[in-house]
Design a protein around this ligand. Structure first.
Ligand code: AMP
Length: 404
């Protein structure tokens, strides 16, 4: 079975084409600057030369058509016909309380995703454009949706409710949802396999540390608590997002600086985090380099980032009354040996012993970076959200075929 995985943003669209028999990637790529005359299609077919094409792509339907044209292109293509694609799986950021699992797309599911636009105004409308663009180009191909929030739907009320008037939860569904769920689910399963123990017996803290960053307490094989909240702004300090701050700072700053709600929102989402403290940028590579050449603001940004992450890991060890392993994943988690080392050195009270050489070794393999005697294991596990989406889509199609 061939599955096309799509992650549609408002002006971009990433894709990966899978052969599910061996879970191999046949091709991947992205379309950027959708809506502009000079949109860019980047395409990487397996075993063939990469392609970069600049052309006018004004909406998502055209973007999907261009992707399909490329997949069946006589020179660059990896398929003979687009009809070989059996199903399409979409990443959808917000599934609210309606989706605790992935689902096949039908009218009801589409209506529900639309009802959730309020909770994810930057993401869900763009995912819907992706779904409609596939419908327009491939009307008979089944589609599935895989939600970032679904894995966290196992959280109990004690961790998902905010201590604010209950009416706000009842009326507007204001609560913690959590994000990066496909990644946290994937790396926890891989961690259990790596440790050779059943997932339901493990207490894990999974740290998805990329441009966006979140930590999850995984207990009994389920998400028990997670640092992102109703939106992906809560929790850890991130590249450009503040993470946790005193909520009273919002009205106070609006008054003092004469800011509108949208300006303060933009400040917290786009002009805070590493960028704000370092004054350099939001990329951990730049911060780390600057810090090592003596830049004090970069050093402060790094230390705050590390401190807030470590505090979250410690809080979750307490929340679960124990900890077997910490997992690092995503851009920073997989690549920044210095961040991992700083976090681990400061958690020695847990009986955690870092293996410095293993931590410093570069590579894209799954590995432990603690000594064999370390009471808490620390693992680096590359995430693969696209594979989870492809697998869920494949499973939903097989289940549907079984029923029919
Ligand atoms: P992601 O959102 O998972 O794609 O992560 C992207 C982020 O990973 C970038 O913004 C960088 O800050 C970070 N990153 C990538 N490579 C490295 C590296 N070698 N060292 C530190 N950070 C890195």
């Amino acid at each position: 079975m061939i599955v096309l995985v799509i992650n549609a943003g408002s002006s971009s669209l990433k894709f990966q084409l899978y052969e599910m028999e061996d879970e191999s990637v046949l091709a991947k790529g992205k379309v950027e600057r959708i809506g502009m005359e000079s949109a860019i299609l980047t395409y990487e077919p397996e075993g063939k030369q990469d392609v970069r094409e600049v052309s006018e792509i004004l909406e998502h339907t055209t973007a999907i058509r261009k992707v399909l044209d490329m997949l069946v292109h006589p020179v660059h293509g990896v398929l003979e016909s687009a009809q070989q694609i059996d199903a399409v799986g979409h990443r959808v950021v917000h599934g609210g309380e309606s989706f605790s699992n992935s689902a096949l797309v039908n009218e009801e599911v589409k209506q529900e995703i639309k009802r959730l636009f309020d909770l994810a105004p930057l993401h869900n409308p763009a995912h819907m454009l992706g779904i409609q663009a596939v419908e327009a180009n491939m009307p008979n191909v089944p589609q599935a949706v895989v939600f970032d929030t679904a894995f966290h739907q196992t959280m109990p009320p004690v961790t998902y409710l905010y201590p604010i008037p209950m009416v706000l939860y009842k009326k507007h569904k204001i609560r913690r949802y959590g994000f990066h769920g496909t990644s946290h689910a994937y790396v926890s399963e891989r961690a259990a396999a790596f440790l050779g123990r059943p997932l339901r017996e493990l207490k894990l803290v999974t740290c998805h540390i990329g441009n966006g960053a979140s930590c999850t307490a995984v207990m009994d094989g389920r998400s028990y608590d997670t640092s992102m909240g109703m939106t992906p702004l809560e929790g850890l300090m991130m590249g450009t997002r503040s993470g946790d701050i005193d909520p009273a700072i919002v009205p106070f700053t609006m008054g003092k600086e004469d800011l509108t709600l949208s300006e303060v929102n933009s400040m917290l989402n786009k002009h805070s985090g590493l960028l704000a403290i370092s004054g350099i940028g939001s990329d951990m590579r730049e911060i780390d380099e600057a810090r090592q050449t003596g830049d004090r603001n970069a050093a402060l940004a790094f230390d705050m980032y590390e401190y807030r992450l470590r505090k979250c890991i410690g809080a979750y060890a307490a929340a679960m009354n124990g900890l077997d392993a910490i997992v690092f994943t995503a851009g920073v988690g997989e690549n920044s040996a210095s961040l991992r080392a700083a976090v681990c050195r400061n958690l020695s009270f847990l009986g955690l012993e870092l293996d410095e050489a293993a931590n410093d070794r570069r590579g894209s393999d799954e590995r432990a970076i603690t000594t064999p005697g370390s009471r808490v294991q620390v693992l680096v596990i590359p995430t693969n959200e696209e594979l989870v989406i492809a697998r869920d889509t494949y499973r939903l199609i097989l289940d549907r075929n079984d029923v029919n």
